[in-house]
Ligand binder design. Structure first.
Ligand code: ZN
Ligand code: MN
Length: 490
């Protein structure tokens, strides 16, 4: 199987999660976790007599992505009806855009430069559409193939989507994965898509091998699965071709549990969709003023950020690229560097330890950052610099924090990693001892000698590792605080 025979094109659907409302009605865009079919109105339920009203912010989001992807923008914004019959589609047509007679995509002919095999590669963007999301089909007792019945939830119906379609410029599953990651980071940096939300980014992948027809794989929900689904298809198709079977043009469904593609339906051809301009949504002229306004609001994009990371923090190209591939990770890095000015060390720890463990433990990046916030990572580095712990211990603490949800001090203390001469670590134990010994605390407040009992408790709790002088100092400080507080209260 030689990779130069493979042609891959992607169709990426992203929800504009930054919007407050749906694309054509005032229902909330925040549909997740709500009881089924409660986040709906006559318009997004497609009831007779209801009329769509365009969300201008969705158009601006489309324009921003179009400009960032170096597309040419259509003069007119035209919405078309794309007809097909499927239970998730309330009106039996989707309001979308049509890059053909009578219609127009909001933008076309752009490109994204990805970094692959150490070099830049240009992937052409064919077009971008603004369109509405269908409802969500739920298979309660299995999958598409096995469920005994199907439920439908229209809470998602009408959510604003951008459909981003590439030319078939990709030549391997890995390259396709990198494309999706690159696009995802761009969308994150524009502040338009929270890609950690389930279903916010869905990919359809078209793949053909020399001598075979084009096969479309539907609804892949992560860049990792894009790579897996395509790799699976290459093996399936090349085996079939080797056996002299023909690959028919079809749509397949990615089963993300079994990690296989299964035949879904014979793909509609364009004529089947019977596109025509939606008479309820007259064409709108996209003014140069609006386009300029959107252009001026494009924030720093990943390319520029990578450059800045190299320039400002002296990071290697590799580290800068890995950090910026996820906006949340790059933000985390910059937040850490604010308090702890060791960018290279922090960058290395985030990429080689933190990120690796987040992936290994299958956590969301945000959840992991909550468990090890910038202040805590800086604290670890502070302990490292103070020779309280060494780098090996530091690297061991990270997975323990991420697995247990305990904070850095607790893990270090419980694991007996160090002589406890660090104030913050020791302070936790002092606080605990004070909490647990109210009687001894009130004794010590009147009789300074009684403090020895508390020192003893700290030593016991730390299994002898607490630095006695520091323990004494911290206890006196704490008791003075308590004395003052009760004094002023009384
Ligand atoms: Zn609605
Ligand atoms: Mn679409």
């Amino acid at each position: 199987m030689s990779s130069h025979n493979v042609k891959i094109g992607l169709e990426v659907h992203v929800q504009v999660t930054s919007l407050k409302t749906k694309l054509f009605c005032s229902c909330s865009s925040d549909y997740r976790g709500k009881p089924p079919n409660t986040n709906v109105c006559p318009t997004c339920l497609g009831l007779p007599g209801s009329l769509p009203v365009l969300n201008a912010e969705a158009v601006k989001a489309g324009l921003m992505v179009a400009l960032a992807l170096k597309c040419s923008i259509s003069d007119l914004l035209i919405f078309s009806r794309k007809h097909y019959f499927y239970p998730d589609l309330v009106k039996n047509y989707q309001i979308s855009q049509y890059d053909g007679v009578g219609g127009a995509a909001i933008a076309k002919n752009g490109f994204i430069t990805i970094n692959f095999n150490g070099g830049p590669k240009v992937v052409r963007i064919r077009r971008i559409n603004v369109e509405e999301d269908p409802g969500k089909i739920i298979y309660p007792t299995g999958s598409l193939l096995t469920s005994k019945y199907t439920l439908i939830d229209y809470n998602r119906s009408g959510i604003a989507l951008l459909e981003i379609v590439t030319e078939p410029d990709l030549t391997s599953p890995k390259e396709a994965r990198i494309f999706v990651d690159t696009l995802r980071s761009m969308l994150e940096h524009m502040g338009l898509v929270n890609t950690e939300l389930e279903g916010s980014l869905r990919v359809d992948a078209n793949i053909s091998l020399a001598g075979g027809s084009r096969v479309e794989i539907k609804n892949i929900s992560s860049s990792k699965d894009v790579e897996k689904a395509l790799a699976y298809e290459i093996i399936r198709q090349s085996k079939a071709l080797e056996h002299g079977e023909s690959i028919r043009r079809e749509t397949r469904h990615w089963d993300d549990v079994k990690k296989v593609t299964v035949p879904a339906r014979i793909k509609e051809v364009e004529e089947d969709y019977r596109y025509f301009p939606d008479p309820d949504l007259p064409p709108i002229k996209l003014s140069a003023t609006v386009i300029e306004e959107v252009k001026s609001k494009i924030p720093e994009l990943p390319d520029q950020r990578v450059e800045r990371f190299i320039r400002t923090y002296g990071l290697s190209e590799y580290l800068a690229n890995v950090l910026v591939a996820r906006k949340v990770l790059a933000d985390y890095f910059e937040e850490c560097v604010k308090t702890c000015k060791e960018p290279e060390l922090i960058g290395n720890i985030i990429v080689n330890d933190f990120k690796r463990w987040v992936e290994e433990l299958d956590l969301s990046m945000n959840a992991a950052i909550n468990m090890l916030p910038p202040t805590d990572l800086c604290r670890l580095i502070h302990l490292l610099n103070g020779n309280v712990i060494n780098i090996k211990i530091l690297k061991g603490v990270i997975p323990k924090v991420l697995k247990s949800g305990k904070n850095v001090e607790t893990v270090i203390y419980e694991d007996g990693y160090a002589d406890i001469s660090d104030e913050s670590v020791l302070m936790r134990i002092v606080d605990e001892v004070i909490q647990e010994n109210p009687k001894a605390v009130s004794d010590a407040l009147v009789n300074p000698k009684a403090i020895n009992y508390l020192v003893g408790q700290v030593m016991k709790k730390s299994r002898g590792r607490a630095n006695p002088d520091l323990t004494n100092k911290l206890l006196i400080k704490k008791l003075n605080e308590i004395g003052r507080a009760s004094g002023s209260a009384g």
